[in-house]
Design a protein around this ligand. Structure first.
Ligand SMILES: [Cu+2]
Length: 133
């Protein structure tokens, strides 16, 4: 009886250790998809204005430059406590105000391919670039 219990415990531990190996393999898989937050994944399902890309503002920085298709919906997430804007440097290609502390906003990317520098109207030292192609 005792021996069986010990054996079961050993098997459980072995299973745990084997299971423990899985995250190691998983982490190498994760390394292949660091751009997941930025890529324009072909959206399936959820038809309602699914964002093609997300700009995440953090520490007064617009983060990784984003590339989207013409007219794509771009989501902006603001992780700072301060409010920010995503405002095209030239013309009125896009201009959204994003509340702080996890606030979000969306805007539609220009339909003309090109590189669109933008800034924050509250913090003129903040700059980013949106690429449309
Ligand atoms: Cu700002």
């Amino acid at each position: 009886m005792k021996a069986i219990q010990v054996r079961a415990a050993v098997l459980l531990m072995a299973a745990f250790l084997l299971g423990g190996c899985a995250p190691g393999g998983g982490s190498s898989g994760a390394a292949t998809s660091p751009a997941a937050g930025v890529t324009a994944a072909p959206a399936t399902g959820a038809a309602t204005a699914t964002a093609a890309a997300t700009i995440t503002i953090k520490n007064f920085d617009f983060g990784t430059p984003v590339t989207v298709a013409p007219g794509a919906v771009v989501m902006v997430t603001n992780m700072d406590s301060a409010a920010h804007t995503v405002t095209a440097d030239q013309g009125s290609a896009f201009d959204v105000d994003v509340r702080g502390s996890g606030g979000t906003a969306t805007f539609t990317a220009p339909s003309a391919p090109g590189t669109y520098p933008y800034h924050c109207t509250y913090h003129p030292n903040m700059h980013g670039t949106l690429t449309v192609k």
